[in-house]
Write a protein that binds this ligand. Structure first.
Ligand SMILES: Nc1ncnc2c1ncn2[C@@H]1O[C@H](COP(=O)(O)OP(=O)(O)OP(=O)(O)O)[C@@H](O)[C@H]1O
Length: 587
């Protein structure tokens, strides 16, 4: 029952809708206790051979009216209570989704995607059932029990009623024994489901890796094993759940036996009439549903309770990123100033970035190069405000980036990563993602800047060509260029390219970089790359190693230093020279 207390905030907000629904539910139950009484009267008339056509007509008319009103009441409570449950699900879904959007990188490192998806689907459905079936069963079964017992006592006999309900406490006792088991079984089922959806998602994403490394059979075996486990946990839930029905049937059978024995005796003694005994049996049969509902109710409430706790645990996770609601709401183009003494990832002990001091003037381009794991992406992640906990400052346009309103700051950035995610829509829709109303002319303009326009025109439906899930029908280079075009439509104050040109050929790379230089004379551009050719036109280039800047300067200055940069550049030049002879385009 504690789930109702936990959902108090919702019921308080929508109490009117629920009050009307519950009132109509009560009227429905009230309309159900009249027919057994009438059947008793009717039986007595038949037994006494006193039945007239007139009596029969009135009897049928009242019955028809009762059924009709019960139909109308039922429709009324159904719409009110079901609507309330849908509202609850919508409210929680929105809150959870907003929360997912607000959360930081460590949150997504901590939780697996499958878990997050199962919370957003299964758990929310279980909570929603509390507000529909849970409310219905609680009020319907209690109203039913009270009304039926009152009718039995008032219209038949209180002693017979007392005897007939003796077995009922056994039902409550049985339910209290089964309930904890059901909760445990259901939690195991939910956890198994999360694990399975997580694995399925990973397998789909890593399909190529699985196949090329000859692990398809192992993956299928693992999946089958997990499915078997899931069937086991599910059937365990079903086994525990199915203990309720036989229990209720046995208990009700005892009630009937007691009724027949004692009721028969009462009729023989003339304490009650045959009609009253018939009414009583009909009333007793009306107690079957509330007993079943009681069994179901605990199931629904327990599931809802476990799901609500899991969803709340997630919602209580706080993002380490502080979003000041009164933060600066406008981000203007300006100078970028990075003064970092040090940064370590929250879960790591190693300092990943040390003593970085760089100023990027308005309209300038900063290049970042260095070996794998040297800290380039980490610096970009700080710029993207994935982490706020660094020692030092990053200022943009005269303000610490932590002083901006988070949404305003992030929407002034254009970020293109190496692994680009494309939506399963048309190329035009992918490019115009942040502004679906963008005129076709402007979509084409950014596509030209990203050296993509000519490729698109050669596709079967041009800009309307559908991109498969994750853009699998496009080449890696084309995907990267769609992502660059997508970032360019917002004309970002800072454009960040994180190895975003790694899959395009040297000629296309040159074309894109030239277009960007022309286009972005007033805004900041940061290019992180493993290929030196991507940064040669940058105003300043930082060379990273082990989280420190080991060389810095323009392309010409760095070549003159004859260090890591110059070495790498010459090696890459030679490699690309041979590669150009072998290939004609990007991969
Ligand atoms: N989430 C994380 N938690 C802890 N350590 C991390 C995390 N991400 C990266 N690191 C560590 O930080 C260091 C710098 O990694 P980073 O990804 O910034 O390098 P990089 O220069 O961008 O390399 P690459 O070119 O491969 O992207 C590495 O030692 C890496 O292991």
């Amino acid at each position: 029952m504690s789930i109702f207390l936990k959902l108090k905030w919702f019921f308080k907000e929508h109490w009117r809708m629920y009050a009307v629904g519950i009132f109509l539910l009560f009227l429905t139950d009230l309309s159900h206790v009249i027919p057994p009484y009438m059947i008793g009267l009717f039986t007595n008339k038949v037994v006494q051979r006193d039945l007239t056509w007139q009596y029969l007509l009135v009897f049928l008319l009242i019955l028809a009216l009762l059924f009709l009103s019960s139909y109308v009441f039922r429709y009324g409570w159904n719409t009110h209570i079901v609507k309330g449950a849908a509202l609850l699900e919508r409210t929680l879904r929105k809150r959870l989704y907003d929360h997912y959007m607000e959360m930081d990188a460590p949150f997504y490192q901590k939780y697996r995607t499958g878990d997050l998806m199962s919370h957003a689907s299964n758990d929310l459905s279980s909570i929603q059932r509390v507000a529909s079936g849970g409310i219905l069963m609680t009020f319907d079964s209690s109203a039913n029990i009270i009304l039926v017992l009152a009718s039995m006592i008032l219209t038949v006999d209180w002693r017979l009623t007392l005897i007939a309900i003796i077995p009922l406490p056994f039902l409550a006792f049985g339910v209290s024994l089964i309930m904890p088991r059901l909760r445990k079984a259901f939690t195991a089922y939910q956890e198994g489901f999360s694990k399975m959806s997580d694995h399925t998602q990973e397998s789909f994403l890593g399909m190529k890796v699985i196949k090329t490394l000859g692990q398809s059979k192992e993956d299928i075996d693992y999946f089958n094993h997990q499915t078997d486990e899931q069937i086991k946990t599910n059937s365990h839930v079903a086994r525990v759940d199915s203990l309720f029905d036989p229990l209720a049937t046995i208990v009700m059978s005892f009630s009937y036996v007691l009724t027949i024995i004692l009721g028969g005796e009462f009729v023989l003694r003339g304490t009650i009439s045959i009609g009253q005994l018939v009414s009583f049996a009909a009333y007793l049969s009306q107690l079957v549903w509330p007993m079943f509902a009681l069994g179901q109710l605990f199931n629904v409430l327990e599931r809802g309770n476990a799901s609500y706790d899991r969803v709340m645990d997630l919602m209580n996770e706080k993002s380490a990123i502080h979003d000041d609601p009164n933060g600066i709401a406008q981000v203007k183009p300006g100078e970028l100033n990075i003064r970092l003494k040090g940064f370590a990832y929250p879960d790591g002990t190693k300092t990943v970035l040390k003593n970085i001091d760089v100023k990027v003037g308005r309209g300038k381009t900063l290049g970042l190069v260095g070996p794998v794991g040297s800290g380039k992406t980490t610096l970009l992640r700080l710029l993207l405000r994935e982490f706020d906990s660094y020692d030092g400052e990053i200022d943009f346009s005269g303000h610490d980036i932590r002083d901006y309103k988070l949404s305003a700051y992030l929407s002034s950035l254009g970020y293109v990563s190496q692994d680009n995610f494309l939506f399963s829509t048309s190329i035009a829709e992918n490019i115009a993602f942040s502004n679906p109303k963008l005129p076709q002319k402007e979509i084409e303009q950014v596509a030209k800047l990203a050296a993509l326009h000519d490729d698109i025109l050669q596709m079967p439906n041009g800009y309307e060509t559908e991109v498969g899930e994750n853009g699998i029908s496009l080449s890696g280079g084309q995907q990267q260029r769609v992502a660059i075009a997508r970032a360019l439509i917002v004309d970002p104050a800072i454009l960040i390219l994180d190895d975003a040109l790694s899959a395009v050929d040297a000629r296309t790379e040159k074309e894109i970089l030239g277009a960007l230089k022309n286009q972005r004379q007033d805004q900041t551009t940061i290019i992180s790359a493993s290929r030196i050719s991507s940064v040669i036109n940058a105003d300043e280039i930082l060379v990273f190693a082990h989280g420190r800047v080991i060389e810095r300067g323009s392309h010409a200055e760095l070549l003159a230093q004859n260090g890591y940069y110059a070495d790498t550049f010459h090696q890459q030049e030679m490699a690309s020279h041979y590669e150009a002879k072998l290939t004609g385009g990007d991969n």
